[in-house]
Design a protein around this ligand. Structure first.
Ligand code: GLA
Length: 749
């Protein structure tokens, strides 16, 4: 609920309290953001500036405590004595917006500009502030586990107002914090980096035109000794897919100022008299129960209030994607053969990736054209889709609508539809340019063509890709993103049942803006399970596993050359949205059996895997829903003579009894090569036909465990079967070697 009394505003629920008040100078003083408190606690929670600090500029010379630089604020000005970073910059003029009035709204007002908003908030507080010639509206919306904030500026003067920087929120928190950001690049998304926040500003910013894999918009601010289950952690994110900026800086007074919004780099907006500008909505979340506590709150918020309502809690199909298996080299016969095999393995949706249109036989041509390649697909998409559906699979399709190859009919007809740096040569990326989505005719072209194709072939899933950064957007970057949202809304608004998975060379646009239109994102082109432990594991700080496209691909892996067991590739992908993306025709019998077992287990526990409460463990992950908990234990490089290892689960009922069982998984005998001679009665040639044949059809049991045990014991930590110690094979050990893993299913008895 939202309480407003005598200038004190209190947004509270069972998870947190957010308190601020109007000072006698009309500024918004930030009083508390943390565990639930009482409004009457405000005085005790507030910072008392007393006689103030030397060297201060005072709003009132008679009041030593009136230095805006030393007060925690919920919005700050500039050029008026607060020398900390300001969330708003106009054309060099000072800003000092003061409280005018407020309203509590049952529903958050829609964005006139078309930016997406979180849905289903309980109440919204609108605070109106003003300074001569301009009004500022701040919106605070309350959800069960998070709060959102955004701002709107209105030019009330007679002359244009130039906006150079406008953040979605700004906030001062007393205390010392570290900032954790998620940074990387192609096939190396979501590296987790922590920096102490002290006197210098710590910044995370994207300037590529999009939210980017360089710096994910989501970040954490936390006590430096916070752990997975203890300590204070704040999480922030932006419902936006364009250039973003976030910063944190500690003042002399020990107040950490944090803000987030559109990146000010190359940002310019001129507001005509009467015109308004709306910032994207930001998400603010708190937990005193460590990173795990924070993630649980963020996951709930994203699952319940970000992803499109049609897909809320709706189970996703196990898919097969043609890309890694075929790339551009396919025809209908090959696709149908793959589809048949995928169906036998337990897949439910067949996705045709790149290469189905125009002259798209490599990445140099065809982007922008929407005519189906009839040489590859003589019966058209419709004919292919029909045949796929006959096999018992749904049909999905890849698009990359925002880009154009210069070698395409579209570019030849409309070179001016692409973005160019005027006066400079073009800098293509993956041989392509971006289309200018600020042009209505470009948006219409995309909407008409994509919609036509979707409707023509009963397509139930779309992979929406975007494979380049932009240098040509400049000050148009924000309008370009608004153009993208307009396109997505027009295509998918009337077709909510189409499952939209967004992709940008993998996770180059993994953000809450895209998740408002489609419930899942392709995390990375890197499907190596060991890399995925980091990529999916780090995504899990801010995003629920129901948003992770996670596929099993071939080994050695195309991006890392790492050879990992098929079991581990499956075990890691279970903790996301399982799919398969490899050539299926070379699978041998033991691999087919293993994949069938994987899809069977995943479908049986699909709800738990996709929507269960996700927790990070010391040596793996767990998901729980109702009476079922499933844990994955993963290894990178093994030690010789490894120590006993414990599995320590979280969140169970101590007094209840559970049955724990290992997922039945097999060990390929071929991996032992010449070592087999120690156990085999005959001398085996490690490269010979006998071993190769045996490896295709025969596999060994691995680490089979089963216990009836209390929740108390499982949370205290049970000792798992030992790992291989160089003493021979035994089904009662985990014979795994490097990159091994197991999955444990734990069910209430
Ligand atoms: C990008 C995507 C891949 C695949 C290719 C197709 O790289 O991330 O998954 O769709 O494009 O060209």
């Amino acid at each position: 609920m939202i309480e407003c009394k005598n200038g004190l505003f209190h947004l509270k629920n069972r998870a947190f309290s957010y308190l601020f008040r109007v000072t006698r100078y009309g500024l918004l003083e930030q009083v508390h953001f943390g565990a639930p408190v009482d409004s009457a606690d405000a005085e005790a929670l507030a910072c008392q500036p007393g006689l103030g600090w030397g060297g201060s500029l005072l709003l009132n010379g008679l009041d030593t405590g009136s230095c805006s630089d030393a007060i925690p604020l919920a919005w700050s000005g500039s050029g008026r004595g607060d020398f900390r970073e300001s969330p708003l910059e106009l054309d060099g003029r000072p800003t000092e917006f003061c409280y005018v009035n407020h309203r509590v709204l049952k529903e958050q007002p829609a964005m006139a500009c078309g930016l997406p908003l979180a849905h289903g908030g309980s109440e919204t507080l609108e605070i109106t502030l003003a300074q001569p010639g301009a009004k500022l509206y701040l919106y605070f919306t309350l959800f069960e586990t998070a709060l959102t904030r955004r701002a709107v500026l209105e030019n009330e003067g007679q002359t244009p107002l130039e906006l150079r920087k406008f953040m979605s929120f700004c906030l001062d928190l007393p205390g010392d914090y570290a900032m954790t950001t998620f940074d990387g690049g192609w096939i190396a998304e979501m590296g987790r980096h922590t920096a102490p926040v002290a006197g210098s500003r710590v910044v995370s910013e994207s300037t590529t035109g999009f939210s980017s894999h360089r710096h994910n918009p989501g970040f954490l601010l936390h006590e430096s000794d916070a752990g997975e289950d203890h300590g204070r952690v704040y999480g922030f994110n932006l419902i936006y897919s364009g250039n973003h900026y976030a910063s944190a800086q500690r003042s002399l007074q020990g107040l950490t100022r944090v803000m987030q919004g559109i990146s000010p780099a190359n940002f310019r907006k001129t507001l005509a008299p009467g015109e308004k500008f709306e910032t994207p909505e930001a998400v603010l979340c708190h937990s005193d129960a460590g990173f795990g506590g924070l993630s649980a709150r963020m996951h709930r918020f994203v699952n319940d209030h970000i992803i499109p309502e049609y897909w809320r809690g709706r189970e996703r199909p196990v898919l097969y994607n043609s890309w890694e298996g075929c790339m551009f080299d396919f025809d209908q016969r090959k696709l149908l053969d793959l589809a048949k095999r995928a169906k036998e393995l337990g897949c439910e949706l067949f996705v045709l990736d790149d290469g189905w249109f125009g002259a798209r036989n490599n990445d140099k041509a065809g982007l922008g054209d929407y005519n189906v390649n009839l040489k590859k697909l003589p019966n058209g998409l419709e004919g292919l889709a029909e045949r796929i559906r006959k096999l018992g699979l749904e049909f999905g399709l890849w698009f990359e609508p925002e880009s154009v190859n210069e070698d395409s009919d579209l570019y030849r007809a409309h070179p001016d539809w692409a973005l160019h740096n005027e006066g400079f040569s073009d800098i293509p990326g993956r041989n392509q340019l971006l289309l200018d989505l600020t042009k209505p005719e470009v948006r219409d072209y995309i909407v008409e063509n994509v919609s036509r194709i979707l409707d023509s072939a009963g397509i139930s899933y779309v992979k929406w890709d975007m494979n380049r950064h932009s240098v040509a957007l400049g000050a148009r970057a924000h309008d370009h993103i608004l153009g993208l949202y307009d396109i997505l809304r027009r295509i998918f608004g009337p077709r909510p049942q189409i499952l939209l998975e967004s992709c940008s060379s993998g996770g180059n646009r993994f953000d809450l803006g895209m998740l408002c239109f489609g419930p899942q994102v392709w995390c990375s082109d890197n499907t190596d399970p060991i890399s995925r432990l980091d990529i999916q594991g780090n995504l899990s700080y801010l995003y629920p596993q129901s948003t992770f496209g996670a596929h099993v691909s071939a080994a050695p892996h195309a991006q890392t050359l790492r050879n990992t067991p098929l079991t581990t590739r499956g075990n890691v992908s279970f903790f996301g949205l399982l799919g398969y993306e490899l050539d299926l025709k070379h699978l041998v019998s033991v691999e087919i059996q293993e994949i069938k077992a994987q899809t069977e287990l995943y479908k049986k526990y699909r709800r738990v895997f996709q929507f269960g409460t996700f927790r990070r463990l010391k040596n793996g992950w767990q998901v729980s829903e109702g009476p079922v908990t499933i844990a994955g234990v993963f290894h990178k490089l093994v030690d010789a003579a490894p120590a006993y290892e414990q599995l320590r689960l979280k969140g169970l009922d101590r007094s209840k009894r559970y049955l724990l069982r290992t997922r039945a998984q097999k060990i390929r005998v071929g991996q032992f090569a010449g070592l087999l001679k120690h156990v085999a009665p005959v001398d085996l040639n490690p490269n010979g036909a006998v071993l190769r044949t045996a490896d295709k059809i025969y596999a060994l049991e691995d680490g089979v465990e089963g216990y009836h045990v209390t929740g108390g014991a499982l949370m205290s930590g049970i000792t798992l079967l030992p790992l291989f110690r160089g003493t021979g094979y035994d089904a009662n050990q985990r014979t795994q070697g490097d990159f091994g893993s197991n999955v444990y299913v734990v069910e209430e008895e």
